[in-house]
Ligand binder design. Structure first.
Ligand code: PLP
Length: 400
């Protein structure tokens, strides 16, 4: 039977203290114990179901973690204060001084900056490779390598990682495969394809309302417990803890994720096909022209489509800026970083979310000046949106 991530979320049941249809929100930083022994046992991890202190865990955070673990098909999940607050503890838990990682070179700019500029201060070094070439990934592994890191659909170039292939390589070398699945929740289930750790920035599609940052780490019970260890757990000790009130609010938004992803995907596919027909250089994993279209089709949970992210290249940064300003003035979307909102968001990654990547490296990886990244919104009438975008492009002579 195929994996049904949305059913897995809906099958969960947690009632509030007074029979509420939403679980009660845990509004406490610390918890009382009826006996000193119980407190000691809890510290030692020997008292099931007892809470100690909310930086470690809290009921609301556990509910959200449980729902996202069900969605990703992992044993457990741990929610964090941001996507970066999920990514960095995972790296520190797996790698120490002298260790090495192999990472995709096309990843979110913040993650890239962390690996390139921050981790080397702690003598953790990274080789950046073309993730679409598994043989190149394998060749970069050294005796000190502890993990392969990639995004399932990369930010901003929308390159697709062959997760099953990468997982085979990771297993062969006894190292972990860590996948950031932020661009493709529900659409892709990396753990089902062999990833050891799946990360999301909840800030994006999963929360979907752009009212908070948040993150999550999905993995085995063993790995999540390591992250939470009071003695040497990177989540516990680095302290990127999500607030319980926020966890409860993200939980409510998560329940409509399946509807939103389907609409984002439907709209993005419509626009990508139209833009490509108009002669624009368009990248979308659902287009046959995408180099990994076949691979992506084989990997996805079909009913959720190809996702809401696409790029076009309009030739120069000036043209890209003009177009984005004009589209914003016509209320077709917002000139803003981030993604997964009800409204379309657009930005030029070379000068925004990927600006941490030096210019010559941007060129090498194919990140051109005129690239615009779109996170397509939930527009009810996408045909009208297309017509209006087309008018903007004609007005600026991007299209004749
Ligand atoms: N991963 C990806 C793919 C992202 O696009 C981002 C943010 O843009 C992050 C991680 C970081 O997430 P956050 O901003 O929630 O820390």
């Amino acid at each position: 039977m195929s994996f049904k991530p949305a059913n897995n979320i809906q099958d969960l049941q947690h009632f509030g203290e007074f029979g509420g249809v939403n679980p009660s929100i845990s509004d406490s930083a610390t918890y009382t114990f009826l006996s000193a022994k119980k407190m000691f046992d809890t510290f030692e991890g020997k008292a099931e179901g007892c809470y100690l202190y909310s930086r470690h865990s809290s009921p609301s955070n556990l509910y959200l973690g449980e729902a996202i673990a069900a969605m990703e098909g992992t044993e457990m999940a741990h929610v964090t204060a941001s996507g970066m607050g999920a990514i960095t503890p995972v790296m520190f838990q797996i790698c120490g001084a002298g260790d090495h990682m192999v990472s995709s070179r096309t990843i979110y700019g913040g993650t890239y900056a962390f690996l390139k500029n921050f981790a080397p201060r702690l003598n953790i070094n990274t080789s950046f490779v073309d993730i679409t070439k598994p043989e190149v990934v394998e060749a970069a592994i050294t005796k000190n390598t502890k993990m392969i890191y990639c995004e399932s659909v990369s930010n901003p170039l929308l390159e697709i990682a062959n997760i099953a292939e990468l997982s085979k390589i990771a297993k062969k070398h006894h190292i972990k495969l860590v996948v950031d699945n932020t661009f493709s929740p529900l659409t892709l289930s990396p753990a089902k394809l062999g990833a050891d750790v799946v990360i999301h920035s909840l800030t994006k599609f999963i929360n979907g309302t752009n009212d908070t940052v948040g993150g999550v780490i999905c993995s085995t019970t063993e790995f999540i417990n390591q992250l939470r260890s009071v003695n040497d757990g990177a989540c516990m000790l680095l302290g990127s803890t999500m607030d319980s009130l926020r966890a409860a609010s993200i939980m409510k938004n998560l329940r409509t994720l399946h509807l939103r992803v389907k609409q984002h995907s439907k709209n993005a596919k419509y626009l990508a096909e139209k833009f490509e027909q108009d002669g624009l250089k368009t990248v979308y994993p659902g287009l046959e022209s995408h180099p990994s279209n076949d691979l992506y089709k084989r990997m996805i949970n079909d009913e959720f489509g190809f996702g809401g992210m696409m790029t076009i290249d309009v030739g120069s940064l000036d043209k890209a800026n003009e177009l984005m300003e004009l589209m914003q003035n016509n209320n077709l979307g917002y000139l803003a970083v981030s993604l997964g909102f009800y409204k379309t968001l657009f930005s030029a990654p070379g000068s925004s979310t990927s600006s941490e990547i030096p210019e010559e490296e941007q060129k090498e990886m194919g990140l051109s000046d005129g690239l615009i990244r779109f996170s397509i919104g939930l527009d009810d009438d996408i045909e009208r949106t297309y017509q209006m975008m087309n008018q903007c492009m004609k007005q600026l002579h991007i299209l004749s």
